[in-house]
Structures are given as structure tokens and as C-alpha cells.
Write a protein that binds this ligand. Structure first.
Ligand SMILES: [Zn+2]
Ligand SMILES: [Zn+2]
Ligand SMILES: [Zn+2]
Length: 332
């Protein structure tokens, strides 16, 4: 029989059931064929004119903006989910609230090389990518219209339209639901116990070790107790910190090395590196400094296990996190 587990932060119940008949699907990632290339890649060096004008870049000191010679480059997304110009024009529509989709949707072009995954990028290059996330967060919070920032990376996703390595930075005038759920849970936990929920989880998992995948000087990787998905992992700073943008240089270097090893490990364990990486960090107002703890969630793209997961928001996971953590820990 399966087990019901509740996540102490999101307060969500999950069914962990290794006897599910569809368990095999959760133990590997099917490789997908890449979509056929149509025309030149807009993110490759030499094609800078194919993207909107750049917002930031690291590159050769002599380089001019929107020319080759960059190492990492940030531009508005080619098909943005929201736009930076204009007003919200907030308005009611009967009982409903509507406003214009104002926000920043940027892409970070992570390398001049077209085919490299994070497992293959030099560590120094990954460090530049992380550093530019930090700079974008510090810059975008100056715009008072924005309340929160998330970073989403579809890693080694062969089905992506743009196969060139890139990630998305979104600054939004609201707090997305998944983050808000965690903020609420953390606030309630803190009100009861005067402690950060994630710090408590880290403390417990470092002692018990059954769900701890790996640890470095500054970070720990866990398979969460109430994992929604097979091989779901959280990567958290050991030291309490609510705001990713306050990360120090040593931590940044440590994180770059750890992420590279993580992606290599996922490829080894699941046969394919395809995963989604999401940065969860505090909203721009400083109201969650004590109770929230920034982290990365890494969700490997194993086959969908049960059909009603999303529709009913009922998650059924056939791979217990203890088993996932053991398999991943051995492969690090
Ligand atoms: Zn390219
Ligand atoms: Zn904490
Ligand atoms: Zn989270």
C-alpha cells in the first residue's frame, strides 16, 4: 500500500506508492528527437541581429553590444509572455480582475556554443550564467511595478524550439502560485516555531541522511520527503538566505560546480539529462527575509506517471525519495 506524505512547506499531500504498475516510466527519461532545424539559430554568435537588442552581456573587453565576442548574453525573449512597456490598466470584468500582461521576459543565452548542456559547459561559464541571474534580479527589482522574479531552465530539452542553451528570467507584477504557496507555508511555520521551515528540513535531512543526495561547502541537495515527481530534487544553501541575489562569490563558484555534477549525474541515473530547473527566491519586498529560504527545484522529465496529477493537483509518485536519493548519491 502507498503512503500519504505531507510537505511541511507547501502543506500538500502526496501519494508515494512504489507498487504502481506505471513505476517503470518514472525510472527513466525517454530521449526525444530534436525538431528539424529551420534556418540559422538566432542565438548563435554572428546572428545577434536576429534577437531584440541585448540588455546585458559578459564578453571580451573590446566587444561592442550586439556583436559577437560575448560569453553570456541577455535579450528580451523572442516571443515574450509579457511586455515591459505600458501600463497595467487594471480593470474589473464583473467579478473578475484583469490587467495587461506587463512584466519582463528575458532570455539568458548561456554560451556561444550551440550544442552544450550544463553537464558539458566549463564551470567558469556556468558561473557567469549564475552571476548574470544575480545581476538581472538586482536590476529588475528597481522597477517598482515588479514583485517577484523566477528563473526557469529547460535543460537538455531536445523538443525545445530553440536548442541553443538558454534560460528564462521573468520579473512579474504578482507572485506566481507555486511560490506563493511556499511563502504562505513558510510564514505559518515561522509564526508557530520561530524558525525557518527549510532550515529545519535541512537540519533533519543532514542528520538522517536517507534523502540527502550530496553536500558541498555551501549547499545541500535533497530528495524532498513529499516528492511530487520521481527524482525531484531541491538544492538549498546551507546558510539561511532568502534572496538568491545576495549570493557571494565563493557560493557562486561552488554552485556552478555542483550544478554541472548534478546534470552529469541525472544523465547517468536516468539515461537522459532532460529536466526543468526553477529558481525560487523571495519576492522583491523584504517581508520574507527570516521565514523564506531560496532554493533550486530540479524536476527530471520522466514520463508522466498518472493522468490526474495536474488536473486534480493530486500527485502520485511511484519512486520513493529515499530510493531516488540513494541512486543519485551513488552516481555523484
Ligand atoms: Zn545556436
Ligand atoms: Zn532557512
Ligand atoms: Zn520551491
Amino acid at each position: 500500500m502507498g503512503e500519504l506524505r505531507r510537505d511541511p512547506v507547501a502543506n500538500r499531500w502526496v501519494i508515494i506508492d512504489p507498487e504502481r504498475p506505471d513505476r517503470e516510466a518514472g525510472l527513466k527519461v525517454e530521449a526525444q528527437p530534436p525538431p528539424p532545424l529551420s534556418g540559422p539559430c538566432p542565438l548563435c554568435p554572428g546572428n545577434e541581429a536576429m534577437t531584440p537588442p541585448e540588455i546585458a552581456a559578459f564578453g571580451e573587453p573590446s566587444r561592442q553590444p550586439n556583436q559577437a565576442g560575448w560569453w553570456v548574453r541577455v535579450t528580451p525573449d523572442l516571443q515574450p509572455l509579457c511586455r515591459i512597456e505600458g501600463d497595467f490598466d487594471r480593470r474589473p470584468e464583473g467579478p473578475f480582475d484583469v490587467m495587461n500582461a506587463i512584466g519582463a521576459h528575458e532570455i539568458v543565452i548561456e554560451s556561444p556554443e550551440h550544442h552544450l548542456t550544463w553537464a558539458e559547459l566549463p564551470e567558469q561559464q556556468l558561473e557567469r550564467v549564475l552571476r548574470i541571474y544575480k545581476l538581472r534580479s538586482l536590476d529588475l527589482r528597481m522597477d517598482e511595478r515588479f514583485r517577484s522574479l523566477i528563473v526557469v531552465k529547460n535543460h537538455a530539452d531536445a523538443a525545445s524550439i530553440l536548442s541553443h542553451p538558454h534560460s528564462h528570467v521573468l520579473a512579474l507584477p504578482f507572485v506566481p502560485f507555486g511560490l506563493e504557496e511556499e511563502l504562505r507555508g513558510c510564514r505559518e511555520f515561522y509564526a508557530r516555531k520561530d524558525r525557518c521551515a527549510f532550515c529545519d528540513i535541512i537540519l533533519h535531512e543532514r542528520v538522517s541522511r536517507v534523502r540527502r543526495v550530496v553536500e558541498t561547502d555551501h549547499f545541500v541537495v535533497l530528495a524532498p520527503f513529499a516528492s511530487r515527481f520521481p527524482f525531484e530534487t531541491w538544492l538549498l544553501p546551507l546558510r539561511h538566505a532568502s534572496d538568491f541575489a545576495r549570493i557571494g562569490d565563493r557560493e557562486l563558484i561552488d554552485l556552478a560546480g555542483l550544478l554541472k555534477r548534478m546534470m552529469q549525474m541525472i544523465g547517468k541515473v536516468l539515461g537522459n539529462q532532460a529536466c526543468t530547473i526553477v529558481l525560487h527566491t523571495t519576492p522583491f519586498d523584504e517581508s520574507h527575509t527570516h521565514d523564506y529560504h531560496w532554493h533550486l527545484e530540479i524536476l527530471p522529465k520522466t514520463a508522466p506517471v498518472v493522468g490526474f496529477g495536474w488536473g486534480a493537483r493530486l500527485f502520485v509518485n511511484p519512486v520513493p525519495p529515499e530510493e531516488a536519493a540513494a541512486l543519485m548519491g551513488q552516481a555523484m
